[in-house]
Design a protein around this ligand. Structure first.
Ligand code: MG
Length: 168
């Protein structure tokens, strides 16, 4: 027996990026109008990053930092949706398909709710699932901590993978 395989696997992902002036705010592949954006080596799409770690976690396949090192100039200003697609492709090669994902974005501002449908569409396309299998929820931190003070955005995500065609 190579590993315990029940045909379904869950994973958790978490990421934080700092909000700074002069950067775009990209969340779930959607540019959100904002006077501040997320700092990072790539486009700093904290939602895409948390989802990538949830997917990799479900497959016990490492983490985003191992796959896409932020010391690698290839990933400078990288479109994180492309990284997400790449991860989905890697998982598919190992026989895994995405069942559904769920994420909570903790941000004090701007108001994200109007952009959630577009985020779900973009993420669903990258994950090769219908938008109904992609949940994005927005919450604030009630003024508390780094999120509440508007210094950063944090995302928690979970993902379910299932074995396609019996798999490897
Ligand atoms: Mg990140």
């Amino acid at each position: 027996m190579t590993h315990h395989d029940v045909g379904f696997r869950i994973g958790i992902g978490y990421d934080v990026h700092q909000l700074v002036p002069g950067r775009p705010l990209v969340l779930g592949g959607v540019a959100v109008p904002s006077p501040v954006g997320l700092a990072g080596h790539s486009d700093a799409d904290v939602l895409a990053h948390a989802l990538i770690d949830a997917l990799l976690g479900a497959a016990a396949a490492g983490d985003i930092g191992r796959l896409f090192p932020d010391t690698d100039p290839d990933y400078k200003d990288a479109d994180s949706i492309m990284l997400l697609k790449d991860v989905v492709k890697r998982l598919a090669r190992d026989g895994w398909a995405v069942g559904n994902v769920d994420a909570t974005v903790a941000a004090e501002r701007p108001k994200l709710t109007p952009y959630v449908p577009a985020m779900r569409e973009r993420l669903a396309a990258a994950l090769a699932v219908p938008p109904a299998a992609v949940s994005v929820k927005a919450t604030t931190s009630e003024g508390l901590g780094f999120v509440g003070e508007g210094r950063g955005i944090a995302v928690h995500a979970v993902a379910l993978l299932y074995r396609r065609n019996g798999g490897a």
